[in-house]
Write a protein that binds this ligand. Structure first.
Ligand SMILES: [Zn+2]
Length: 247
């Protein structure tokens, strides 16, 4: 298992990773809150030459499930562009949030929009790197919050080679117990490509109390004792509170 961390400052990602002793780093290829098209990373050669592996996290506003064309279309383009930029850095995948729709009535269409993302890209030769769908914590109509909705999503996209990024804090804050979480997800997706673990929680089932429970370490304690991830893994994962592991 490779252990790493998210790199906030991308001016020297490899230097940051080396300082941490990371096996893998995660970075953005654009401002994660904008719609900019990625430009070549100024440190591309260094990143490619380094033994540290790279994974890219896509920008936050991407929502390929949305029924709103003006959000879904730029989201599709952004996924393709950022996957291409990830490939140019030698990344092994692009993490994309499951996204959400506005009502339960829209869930089936949201799932179909995910399927169309892969189907349409397949006609163009597929994505430049595997797309790793990440579970999210908040929202009542999220595509990848509750495990039953992840199962429905996977029925639609699993055959296209989608990967899965398990965010344990998102799962916990989203109301899923962490007991056996790895096995339960694997039973659905058949794979976990990446595990995110962090302190910061979006407003989850208990709002502020969730955050304080996380601050008290319950999230990480649960992770250690219940998710089947050993203490040594956890210790190394402490990097800057932004650690993750690549399975
Ligand atoms: Zn994420």
């Amino acid at each position: 298992m490779r252990i790493g961390a998210h790199v906030r400052l991308d001016s020297d990602p490899i230097g940051f990773g080396e300082k941490l002793g990371a096996d893998v780093i995660q970075l953005f290829v654009v401002d994660p809150r904008g719609w900019d098209k990625p430009t070549p990373h100024p440190r591309t050669e260094e990143i490619l030459a380094s033994p540290i592996d790279v994974v890219v996290h896509s920008s936050y506003q991407i929502n390929v499930a949305s029924l709103n064309n003006r959000l879904r279309m730029p989201s599709r383009n952004a996924v393709a562009q950022q996957a291409q930029a990830a490939a140019e850095l030698g990344a092994f995948g692009l993490v994309v949030h499951g996204g959400h729709v506005r009502s339960d009535a829209e869930l089936a269409t949201g799932i179909d929009n995910w399927r169309k993302l892969f189907e349409r890209q397949q006609d163009k030769g597929g994505f430049a790197v595997p797309i790793l769908i990440e579970n999210t914590a908040g929202g009542n109509h999220a595509m990848a919050r509750h495990f039953d909705s992840i199962a429905r999503l996977w029925d639609a996209v699993g055959d296209y080679g989608a990967g899965f990024c398990l965010d344990t804090c998102h799962a916990w804050a989203g109301g899923e117990e962490l007991v056996g979480v790895v096995d339960r997800i694997k039973a659905i997706t058949g794979r976990i490509d990446l595990v995110h673990r962090r302190w910061r929680l979006r407003r989850g089932r208990g709002g502020r109390s969730d955050a304080s429970r996380a601050a008290n370490g319950q999230c990480s304690v649960s992770l250690r004792s219940e998710a089947g991830i050993g203490p040594m893994w956890l210790r190394r994962l402490w990097f800057g509170h932004r650690g993750f592991a690549v399975c």
